[in-house]
Design a protein around this ligand. Structure first.
Ligand code: HEM
Length: 480
C-alpha cells in the first residue's frame, strides 16, 4: 500500500531520475559529436580531401538527430521543477534563474542560430566560414553545459548566497562566486571530456559495425572516421581520468559520506587504507561482509601516497548528526545508497581505462600501413559493443553525484523530502511516470532506428555530394 508522504517523494524522484538519465544519453553524445564534426570539417578545410566533407555531412546528420531529442527531453526536465519540486524551485529560484536564463538566451540561442546557418549554407559561404559555424555550435553546446552545471554545482556546494530571514529562500549575493564554485571547476572538465569520449567511442563503434557488414564499401570513409574519433577518444579518456582523479580527491574532502560509500568504507581505516576492488556490503547493519582488497591503494587514490586514513561512513554519520540534528531533527538518514555508489564508481572508472585501451589498440590496428583492423573481426566486434558503454559510464557518474548528496537536494540547506511539491498527488505522479516512460522508450527506439538507417545507407557518394547540399529551398529539394 502506498503511504502518500513517502511515495510522493519516491515517485517524484523516480520521474526526475528517469528523465535525467534519458536526457543525459543525448547530451554528452551531442556535445561530443558537435565537437568531432567540427574537427572533421576543419580537416576538410585544411586538407581539401572530399572524404572529410562526406564525414562532416554524415556524422553531422546524426548530430542533428541527437541534438533534437536532447532538447525535447531537456524541456520535460524543466517542467518537472515547477510541477513536482515547487518548494525546491521557490527556494532555489533566485540562484537557478540566472544560469538557466543565460543558458537559454546566450548559449542555446547561439547553438540554434548557428546550427540553422550551418545546415543551410553549404557551398554558399566560403569553406572556412561554414566551418566556423559548426565550431560556434560546438562552443555553444559546451557553454550550455557550463551554465547547467553551475546550477547543479550550487546544489552540491552552495556558495555566493544568503538565506532571506523572512522567506527562508536562498538569495544570490555574488554571481561571481556561483560561477567560480570549486565544485563547478571539478565537474565541468570531467563532463566535457566524458562527452567527447562518448561521441568518439560511438562513432568508432558505428564505423566498426559498418565495416563488419561490408569491409569493401566506403572503407576509406569508415577507417578515417575511426581514426579521427579514436584520436579524440584517446585524448578525452586520458582527460576524463585525470579530471576524475581531481574530483575523487575533492569529494574525499568535501563530501565524505559520498566518498566513503563510493569506496565501500564503513569503518574508518588505519593509517594505510586498502582499496576494495569488490566487496559484499551489509547496508542494514552498516558493515562490510567481505572484500577483495588491494593494500595501500585507497590511500594512493585519495592522497597520492601510501599513507593516509579514510573516514568510514559510520563515523561520518555521527559527525553529520552532530552538525545538523538541531536544525533538521534526529530522524534524517545520512547514509547514502551505498551499493549503488560503490558499483557505479567501478563501472565508471573501469570504463575510463577501457576507452583508453580500446583507443590505443584501435589506432594501432588502423594505422595507414596496416590492414589489420579489417581482418581482425574480433576487434571490430569489441569496438562495436563498446559503443554502448559510455552511456553506462555517464549514468553511473550521475548516480554517484546525485545519490551521493542524499539526504540533501541543496547540500546542508534543504532536504529532498522537504523540496517536493505539497499539492501533487500520487495518482498524477504515477500517470505522468508511465507516460514519460512510454514517451522515452518511443523516442529512444526512434533515435536508434534512425541512426541505424543512416548507418545502413552509409555516406553520400562523393559524386552526389554536390546534390546532397543543394539549396534547401530549391524545387528539387522538395521532390527528393
Ligand atoms: C578513472 C576514471 C574516472 C574517475 C576517477 C571518475 C571520478 C568521478 C567522481 C569522483 C565523480 C563524482 C563527483 C561528484 O560527485 O562531485 C564522477 C562523476 C561523473 N563522472 Fe566520472 N570518473 C571517471 C571516469 C568517467 C567516465 C569514463 C565518464 C563518462 C564517459 C564519467 C562521467 C561522469 C559523469 C557524467 C559524472 C557526473 C557529473 C560530475 O559530477 O562530474 N566518468 N566521476
Amino acid at each position: 500500500m502506498l503511504s502518500s508522504g513517502i511515495s510522493i517523494v519516491f515517485l517524484a524522484r523516480w520521474q526526475f531520475a528517469m528523465t535525467t538519465i534519458f536526457h543525459f544519453f543525448f547530451v554528452p553524445f551531442s556535445i561530443g559529436l558537435g565537437f568531432i564534426v567540427a574537427i572533421m570539417e576543419l580537416l576538410y578545410v585544411i586538407k581539401k580531401n572530399d572524404v572529410y566533407k562526406q564525414m562532416t555531412i554524415f556524422w553531422g546528420r546524426i548530430f542533428l538527430l541527437s541534438f533534437a531529442v536532447g532538447v525535447v527531453t531537456g524541456l520535460i526536465q524543466e517542467f518537472q521543477f515547477g510541477m513536482n519540486w515547487s518548494v525546491y524551485s521557490r527556494f532555489m529560484g533566485d540562484i537557478f534563474g540566472a544560469p538557466l536564463a543565460i543558458e537559454a538566451l546566450a548559449a542555446f540561442f547561439m547553438e540554434s542560430t548557428f546550427i540553422g546557418l550551418w545546415i543551410f549554407t553549404w557551398d554558399r559561404f566560403p569553406a572556412w566560414l561554414h566551418c566556423l559555424m559548426i565550431w560556434l555550435v560546438s562552443f555553444g553546446t559546451m557553454l550550455s553545459a557550463l551554465w547547467i552545471l553551475a546550477a547543479n554545482s550550487f546544489m552540491q556546494n552552495p556558495v555566493g548566497y544568503m538565506i532571506d530571514p523572512k522567506t527562508g529562500r536562498a538569495n544570490m549575493v555574488s554571481f561571481f562566486d556561483v560561477i567560480n564554485n570549486y565544485q563547478l571547476k571539478m565537474e565541468f572538465p570531467h563532463v566535457i571530456f566524458g562527452a567527447w569520449v562518448t561521441a568518439a567511442i560511438v562513432i568508432a563503434g558505428m564505423s566498426a559495425w559498418a565495416l563488419l557488414r561490408n569491409k569493401t564499401k566506403f572503407t576509406d570513409f569508415w577507417r578515417k572516421s575511426i581514426k579521427v574519433s579514436l584520436i579524440v577518444g584517446l585524448i578525452a579518456s586520458i582527460g576524463v581520468i585525470a579530471a576524475g582523479d581531481l574530483q575523487t580527491r575533492y569529494v574525499s574532502n568535501e563530501q565524505q559520506m559520498k566518498f566513503a560509500a563510493m569506496e565501500g568504507v564503513y569503518k574508518t581505516t588505519g593509517k594505510s587504507a586498502p582499496w576494495s576492488a569488490i566487496a559484499g556490503l551489509d547496508t542494514t547493519n552498516h558493515k562490510t561482509k567481505w572484500s577483495l582488497d588491494v593494500p595501500y591503494a585507497l590511500s594512493m587514490l585519495t592522497y597520492h601516497k601510501t599513507t593516509g586514513a579514510v573516514k568510514g561512513m559510520n563515523e561520518v554519520n555521527k559527525t553529520l548528526h552532530a552538525k545538523y540534528d538541531k536544525q533538521f531533527g534526529k530522524s534524517v538518514n545520512y547514509y547514502v545508497p551505498t551499493k549503488t555508489l560503490f558499483w557505479s564508481f567501478r563501472v565508471m572508472a573501469i570504463s575510463g581505462g577501457w576507452f583508453a585501451l580500446v583507443s590505443i589498440v584501435g589506432l594501432w590496428m588502423n594505422r595507414k600501413s596496416s590492414e589489420s583492423i579489417l581482418n581482425q573481426r574480433w576487434f571490430l566486434y569489441v569496438l562495436g559493443l563498446t559503443m554502448w558503454l559510455p552511456f553506462a559510464a555517464n549514468t553511473a557518474g550521475w548516480l554517484i553525484t546525485e545519490f551521493g548528496r542524499n539526504p540533501w537536494v541543496v547540500y546542508g540547506l534543504l532536504t529532498i523530502a522537504d523540496a517536493v511539491s505539497p499539492n501533487v498527488s500520487v495518482a498524477s505522479l504515477l500517470t505522468s511516470n508511465i507516460l514519460y516512460f512510454a514517451v522515452f522508450c518511443c523516442l529512444g527506439l526512434v533515435m536508434i532506428w534512425l541512426a541505424h538507417r543512416e548507418l545502413r545507407k552509409g555516406p553520400d557518394d562523393l559524386a552526389s555530394l554536390d546534390q546532397a547540399v543543394i539549396d534547401p529551398y530549391a524545387k528539387e529539394a522538395f521532390s527528393k
